[in-house]
Design a protein. Sequence first.
Length: 66
Amino acid sequence: MAGFDWPSLMRAGMRGLGLKPCDFWALTPAELQLMLGSGGAEKPMGRARLTELMETFPDKMRGDGT
């Protein structure tokens, strides 16, 4: 899986869209994609992908015993 090209995204968000750094970092990737006009072309996430993400990134903190 390729990572995000943060320098390009930061230039697009802060220079191109005129966002303040705090506003840029408060956005989700989907919100930034929508603001840049490149959202909406993909199909919505299905249940299988959601399950995969939930298993990869469970909602628990290290050391909390759950």
